[in-house]
Design a protein around this ligand. Structure first.
Ligand SMILES: Cc1ncc(COP(=O)(O)O)c(C=O)c1O
Length: 371
């Protein structure tokens, strides 16, 4: 792509990030230093929760979350097929079986009625994903979970800052919830994640397991159980502290870019924009996924946009159709709503610094690329 190209995502890293990373470098405490705790406190405070446990990625956070809920061999966990593959893989790591349920056509999140219909004797829990930053139907899913004695793990990797139908910030309902900070996310630490623990006991277990099974009062070669190296480095935590400081601004600017898109796409036949809100629910803008009408050749659109220097991506493939999940018996046609979304969604360039001119250029190019 040439200099005028517009990427799919672009993180915002500035002087404050440089300053704090330098502070860590100069301190010599590159891991397990004070910056890690500073990041955890800053993020917990921003979320309005009691604690946050930093980990090396969203995926490792999900893995620890599955372990914290005790899901393992013989357990079935109801989850969304319209997600990033890590939300199902984290169950497979522990020998639990993902049981996919179809999604709501508007929010693309788990449909509570489909969850209810898929309950079985082996159901041990529900793993909702707040996809594309839109809050999942948590009150309804919590009601199902509590009436059937199921655990709940929220994959909030794409939804930092979203607000649910009861006005509650995603991740702050008292369930185990995981956020992720890859470079395209609402805020980034390069790689990284955070687990919101439901209690101090779970927090202690998470901190031990991310650190090779070492409790807080143990020496380096002492271990009180199976553990992993899922620690977040202090360099990454320094980025995180700086990003939390400007998180409100980053989210507001993502919202502004989304509003520009909504206006720019209005009137383009065959392109449906994602919703920003529904009742009290508020999306936290992560990517900008439009839906193309049936009959439009999405691959050709991607190619034509690329020819004009504009990145775009078919987003997301259904995860029940990947080979390692097909091996477990999942097939095409089982989840028509999710499969239709997967066939027709297209992510457009989206980042806080997108200018009005860039959004206009993408909209114009898209309109000219549909046939
Ligand atoms: C829904 C969802 N779950 C899990 C993850 C995994 O996060 P990470 O890439 O930090 O491991 C992501 C990130 O891309 C995600 O979008």
């Amino acid at each position: 792509m040439d200099a005028e190209s517009i990427p799919l995502a672009r993180p915002e890293i500035g002087a404050r990030e440089e300053e704090l990373v330098l502070e860590v470098l100069r301190s010599g405490r590159l891991s397990l230093g004070p910056m890690g705790e500073r990041f955890e406190r800053a993020l917990a405070e921003w979320l309005g929760v009691g604690d946050a446990v930093a980990v090396s990625s969203g995926t490792t956070g999900l893995h620890l979350g599955v372990r914290a809920l005790g899901w393992g061999a013989g357990d079935e966990v109801l989850t969304s097929p319209f997600s990033f593959v890590a939300s199902a893989n984290c169950l497979l790591y522990e020998g639990a079986r993902p049981v996919f349920c179809d999604v709501d056509p508007q929010t693309l999140n788990l449909d509570p009625a489909a969850v209810e219909a898929a309950l079985g004797e082996r159901s041990a829990g529900i793993l909702p994903v707040h996809i594309f930053g839109f809050p999942a139907a948590m009150p309804e899913l919590e009601a199902i979970a509590s009436s059937h004695g199921l655990g709940l793990l929220e994959d909030a990797c794409e939804a930092l800052g979203a607000v649910d139908s009861e006005g509650c910030r995603v991740g702050a309902r008292g369930n185990v919830a995981i956020f992720a900070f890859y470079a395209n996310k609402q805020m980034t630490t390069g790689e990284g994640g955070v687990v919101v623990p439901p209690s101090p006991e779970v927090a202690a277990r998470l901190r031990s397991e991310r650190n090779q099974g070492r409790a807080a009062d143990m020496g380096w070669l002492d271990h009180d159980g199976l553990g992993f190296n899922y620690r977040l480095s202090d360099l990454a935590a320094a980025l995180g502290v700086a990003q939390v400081e400007r998180l409100d601004d980053l989210l507001a600017r993502r919202g502004a870019a989304a509003a520009l898109y909504e206006r720019g796409l209005a009137g383009i036949d065959g392109v449906t924009a994602p919703i920003a809100a529904r009742g009290a629910e508020r999306r936290s803008w992560f990517v900008y996924p439009v839906r193309l009408a049936e009959g439009i050749d999405r691959d050709a659109v991607v190619e034509r946009l690329a020819g004009r220097g504009i990145a775009s991506k078919a987003y997301l493939p259904c995860i029940h159709l990947f080979p390692h999940l097909r091996e477990l018996g999942w097939r095409e046609g089982q989840f028509p709503v999710a499969e239709a979304a997967a066939a027709r969604s297209l992510a457009l360039p989206f980042f806080p610094a997108m200018s009005e001119a860039q959004v206009a250029r993408v909209c114009e190019a898209l309109a000219g690329s549909l046939s």
